[in-house]
Write a protein that binds this ligand. Structure first.
Ligand SMILES: Nc1n[nH]c2ccc(-c3ccc(NS(=O)(=O)c4cccc(Cl)c4)cc3)cc12
Length: 288
């Protein structure tokens, strides 16, 4: 079974990233043990305890059923200790995430807009399957080559049953609050529309080439003059006073409008990924 990977043939190379609950590591899968194997990205949970959390099984199930050009490909699983530990095996994209790629390379506006459109295509596919991502950010978008990006992590993705529009959580943990819509911060209400808000922040990151000194965290803290620590309450107050991340100067008017719509205080006023995909198609033709 090509989806089964045996632990003994996985040779660890280097870390690719780490989240709150897990980490992603580059391995060479080399069953012939002669260095001719293939590189794979392995996501494993940080948890030491034996039991495999339900959410982890769910994440693997979700990635297994997703099949789209702008979503990282599932390759299989590696189990050990009789299924006590399960690792997710994905395709390896050598150029890493947008957060690593953009600051190093001069990516002009046309390619930034092309990447934005591809993120919308991948997210539109996810939403048509009634999944809410909940962690869309440049760090979770991977670069296949200089003209193709893919969404690379589904650790917080949740299914929204027919007839419902929210997934409600009251999670404390290390939440990516600067990518969260105002209703997520205030009521823990995650929806297709809150993913659109996160896309707006991701679009901001792409247009600022993920420069650390222009990161959402830095810019929100700059807006929060006076009150030293940026608490979630301070962020909510900023957003309720209609403060938003500053539109990057290299941003065309049409893209500025998109960003502002994504950050509408009213979730119902935000665009859909379907409409955004078309909008970026039209804009892209003007800047080709
Ligand atoms: N270069 C790659 N090839 N294949 C990959 C699959 C996932 C990833 C990946 C995906 C996401 C991240 N972002 S991350 O913020 O490090 C992260 C967030 C949530 C959970 C984890 Cl374990 C890690 C870091 C790496 C990289 C590659």
């Amino acid at each position: 079974d090509p989806h089964v990977f045996h632990k003994r043939h996985l040779k660890r190379m280097r870390d690719l990233g780490a989240g709150h609950f897990g980490k992603v590591t580059l391995y060479l899968y080399d069953p012939a043990n002669d260095g001719t194997g293939e590189c794979v990205a392995v996501k494993s949970l940080k948890q030491e305890s034996g039991h495999v959390p339900d959410g982890w099984i769910e994440e693997i199930k979700i990635l297994k059923l997703l099949d789209h050009g702008n979503i990282v490909k599932y390759k299989g699983c590696c189990t050990e200790l009789g299924g006590q530990v399960m690792q997710l095996i994905m395709e390896y994209l050598p150029l890493g995430s947008l957060q690593e790629y953009l600051p190093k390379r001069k990516v002009g506006l046309p390619r930034c807009l092309m990447f934005a459109q591809q993120i919308c295509q991948g997210m539109d596919y996810l939403h048509t399957k009634r999944y809410v991502h909940r962690d869309l950010a440049a760090r979770n978008v991977l670069v296949e080559n200089d003209r193709l990006v893919k969404i690379g992590d589904f650790g917080l993705t949740k299914y929204i049953p027919e007839g419902e529009i929210y997934y409600r959580v009251r999670e404390e943990g290390a939440s990516p609050v600067y990518w969260y819509a105002i209703e997520c911060l205030k009521e823990g209400k995650f929806s297709f529309s809150s993913d659109i808000w996160s896309f707006g922040v991701t679009l901001y990151e792409v247009l600022t080439h993920c420069e650390p000194r222009r990161s959402p965290l830095v810019k929100y803290k700059e807006m929060n003059v006076g009150v030293a620590p940026m608490t979630v309450m301070a962020l909510i107050e900023l957003l309720e006073r209609n403060r938003r991340l500053p539109c990057p100067n290299e941003c065309p008017h049409a893209v500025k409008m998109i960003m502002e719509q994504c950050w509408s205080g009213d979730p119902a006023k935000r665009p859909t990924f379907e409409s955004l995909t078309k909008a970026f198609q039209d804009i892209g033709q003007k800047f080709e």
